[in-house]
Ligand binder design. Structure first.
Ligand SMILES: Nc1nc2c(c(=O)[nH]1)N[C@H]1C(S)=C(S)[C@@H](COP(=O)(O)OP(=O)(O)OC[C@H]3O[C@@H](n4cnc5c(=O)[nH]c(N)nc54)[C@H](O)[C@@H]3O)O[C@H]1N2
Ligand SMILES: Nc1nc2c(c(=O)[nH]1)N[C@H]1C(S)=C(S)[C@@H](COP(=O)(O)OP(=O)(O)OC[C@H]3O[C@@H](n4cnc5c(=O)[nH]c(N)nc54)[C@H](O)[C@@H]3O)O[C@H]1N2
Ligand SMILES: [Mo]
Length: 709
């Protein structure tokens, strides 16, 4: 039957993007005609161009529609279609054989946030399956914000450090510290709130090695800083405040623990090195006058929101950055009040999230840090005391492209016994698989979408399209594997039954029928929701969930680790491959890789209509370009001892001298000599874990040359 007019379905993307916006999908005769969004007053959940272009993803000619089996050398990308029975029988046999012969610990599963919906959630579904098999081997360490998370747990005892965005409307000053929400989506209400604050006259300052898009559009001032030196700048701000008597003594006394040790570090009492603005200038490259002014302004304008992004913490010793930023917020009295901000943490907003989802069997697995995975695959016994990997199972992750040190990753994948992945596309990672199973796109399944750091709404994800005949969801794939292996209780419910039960278990949510009719559910909540309001208002009744019950400037959690690289007070530690590394002589440029406007991590890099919305060139400062005779638009090589890429230069004043950047997530595309021509940042990055677990993708030294060929 033909549709005479469009049918409109409500949904939201389930990617690892901070958006979670409203999509209205117009479908006629089984094909999307277009996608629209809402434009209403109040809380905006307005979609970005990536969401509005999802028809080019779901209907993409390269979309995988059949199970594939490798038919050439690994990595070459040659595959032949096989039946689901053959694919699933082969995998089930591998699992059974490896478990019987080498133990379930020889099964390595890697899962990341390809899908973050409530039911069809790649980590949740995958963990459930492998948890039911037994003790396996997997990774720990969130590549997004592990530094922020470890800092928040140490400082506040919780990851719920976030406030709703309307909090910014009460701020007298907003500092965007390594945060670019006009590009990297963090909730659809973020930019409307920042713009409104700006209209009201609230000053906005950006601290970033780049004059990023948000800085350009909204900021009054750009304070440049060398990557990975943020802790030094924050410490020097504390120095100014201490010497000029600008601190909030009452807050320090009432709410914090261990300020004295921090002060002794800052003033140089401990090591004879006063961490004054002159010292910080030498480390950070930031002018002394800017440091002093920033310190005075932050101390004088209460409430001020120091928005400490995750990117400065995605670095060597990144956890120290978040610790220092939160300390500064605490000692200036900016904690727990409207318009202030906790300045450091994953920024989960403690409201309205569905907690009860697909049950996790809770089986303890062997865990290797995400950055240590390739070493574990190459040499499991020496470095990690792990059994050899007999099956590498990857779900919702473009591992090779997105984990650090791609060339080592290639070797690791080449060595793997057998590799399986579930994918929408033949990604650089899928090319290294032995079997690739095609999965459904979010428009082909029913679910519930929730903002990725929490927030006052959720969206019903209607199934807008029929699934291609030979495509299954991750949940269906694992259900069928479970049956073959003889696991009976993996999945005894339909999607509808699961979703209904998740909602029924939560008192503040409507039931599935009501949510289906409403499409969007918005919570009635106190506005703004401010992290730690109770702890600040009634400290006796609401202690912080830390050992001391206070904000721990001196962290007992870190102290117990007894590791000089994880000091108990926030401390600037000079990074490997930072501005002081002797390696600078050979590789003098600090290389960072921000997220792209035109992708969700690596997704849509293969979708031309979306890719062209981004800027995938290498940003290099005019001075560095001149020294190398590089002009805007020239082909350049970027390299270090780990790898080499060929890309195009954008010569600009908008990045500091000594720093270069390229947007992460571009797909690895090697030429015959192994040089990447795709612009994949992880060709160059170092797979070394930051001591407390931060994923140091922004810590990397490179050299840049003009291409002569
Ligand atoms: N150099 C550098 N590297 C980085 C970063 C950086 O800033 N710089 N950022 C890091 C960060 S913050 C992150 S979060 C990681 C992200 O790393 P990844 O999680 O690997 O990122 P994605 O590119 O989103 O890959 C998700 C994959 O899942 C697939 N997918 C989508 N939906 C589904 C589904 O329903 N089921 C299945 N099975 N697959 C699905 C997509 O096609 C895609 O290939 O990258 C990290 N890597
Ligand atoms: N459009 C879009 N939105 C996204 C994503 C996406 O891929 N695309 N990814 C989502 C995910 S998975 C995540 S984790 C978040 C990531 O969100 P963020 O981590 O906030 O994003 P980035 O773009 O990596 O970095 C933000 C800014 O930090 C700066 N920066 C980098 N290193 C340093 C440093 O050492 N010091 C300082 N001061 N600044 C630095 C960069 O120049 C950039 O302007 O975004 C989410 N939202
Ligand atoms: Mo992320």
């Amino acid at each position: 039957m033909q549709d005479s007019e469009d049918r409109i379905f409500t949904t939201t993307c389930s990617y690892d993007c901070g958006g979670r916006c409203l999509l209205k999908v117009h479908v006629r005769d089984g094909e999307i005609t277009h996608i629209s969004t809402e434009n209403r007053k109040g809380l905006h959940i307005q979609a970005c161009p990536k969401g509005l272009a999802q028809q080019s993803v779901v209907h993409h000619p390269h979309r995988l529609t059949q199970p594939l089996k490798r038919s050439g050398p690994r990595g070459e990308g040659k595959f032949q279609p096989i039946s689901w029975d053959e694919a699933l029988d082969t995998i089930a046999k591998k699992i059974q054989h490896a478990s019987a012969q080498f133990g379930t610990e020889s099964l390595y599963f890697i899962t990341n946030t390809g899908s973050m919906a409530t039911l069809h959630n790649t980590p949740v579904v995958t963990r459930r399956f492998f948890g039911l098999l037994g003790k396996c081997t997997t990774t720990w360490g969130d590549p997004s914000y592990e530094g922020a998370l470890q800092s928040a747990l140490a400082t506040f005892g919780t990851a719920a450090t976030g406030s709703t965005r309307d909090n910014l409307l009460s701020s007298k000053l907003i500092i965007l510290w390594g945060w670019n929400p006009m590009v990297t989506r963090f909730g659809p209400d973020t930019i409307p709130c920042l713009s409104q604050a700006k209209k009201k006259g609230t000053p906005i300052i950006c601290v970033d090695p780049r004059q990023n898009q948000t800085c350009r559009a909204l900021a009054d001032e750009w304070i440049p800083i060398k990557p990975g030196t943020d802790t030094a700048l924050l410490t020097a701000m504390a120095h100014v405040m201490i010497s000029e008597g600008l601190l909030d003594e009452r807050s320090i006394e009432k709410y914090t623990h261990g300020f004295d040790q921090f002060r002794d570090y800052v003033t140089g009492e401990v090591d004879n090195v006063p961490k004054n603005p002159g010292w910080a200038h030498n480390v950070c490259g930031t002018p002394v006058a800017s440091i002093v002014k920033l310190a005075r302004e932050y101390a004088a304008n209460r409430p001020a929101a120091l928005m400490a992004g995750w990117a400065p913490g995605r670095s060597a010793f990144g956890e120290q950055f978040h610790r220092a930023a939160s300390t500064l917020a605490a000692i200036t009295g900016n904690m727990g009040i409207a318009g202030g901000h906790s300045a450091g943490g994953p920024d989960y907003v403690d409201m309205g999230s569905i907690e009860e989802t697909l049950p996790d069997p809770g089986t303890p697995h062997n865990e290797v840090h995400f950055t240590g995975l390739y070493d574990a695959l190459l040499d499991p016994k020496t470095k990690h005391k792990l059994p050899e990997c007999k099956l590498l199972y990857i779900v919702g992750c473009n591992l090779l492209n997105q984990n650090l040190n791609l060339n080592k990753g290639k070797q690791a994948l080449m060595n793997a016994d057998f590799v399986v992945t579930h994918e929408l596309f033949l990604t650089p990672t899928a090319r290294f698989a032995d079997i690739v199973l095609p999965v459904r796109h979010f428009l082909e399944r029913e679910d519930i979408g929730q903002p990725f750091i929490g927030g006052p709404y959720c969206i019903h994800m209607q199934k807008a399209l029929e699934t291609p005949p030979d495509v299954k969801s991750d949940l269906e794939i694992f259900s069928e594997l479970a049956q073959r292996i003889g696991i009976e209780n993996f999945n005894n419910c339909s999607d509808e039954e699961w979703l209904g039960s998740f909602l029924d278990a939560e008192s503040d949510f409507p039931d599935l029928g009501t949510l289906r009719t409403a499409g969007v559910h918005r919570f009635e909540a106190e506005s703004p929701q401010v992290a730690f309001r109770d702890q600040i208002k009634h400290p006796d009744k609401h202690p912080f969930p830390t050992p001391s019950g206070k904000i721990e400037i001196f962290s007992h959690r870190f102290a117990e680790m007894d590791d000089p690289d994880i000091p108990p007070i926030p401390t600037y530690l000079a990074a490997w491959e930072g501005p002081d590394d002797p390696m600078q002589q050979k590789y003098p440029i600090q290389f960072i890789s921000p997220h792209s406007k035109a992708r969700a991590n690596s997704q849509f890099d293969n979708v031309e209509s979306i890719k062209k919305l981004g800027d995938d060139r290498l940003w290099i400062n005019l001075k560095d370009a001149e020294k190398r005779n590089i002009q805007d638009g020239d082909a350049v090589h970027v390299f270090n001892r780990r790898g080499r890429m060929r890309t195009t230069a954008k010569v600009t004043h908008r990045i500091m001298p000594g720093v270069a950047s390229i947007d992460q997530g571009q797909w690895y595309a090697p030429d015959d000599g192994g040089i990447d021509t795709g612009g994949c940042a992880n060709m160059l990055t170092n797979d070394k874990m930051s001591p407390a677990g931060a994923f140091p993708s922004n810590t990397c030294l490179v050299q840049i040359e003009k291409c002569v060929d």
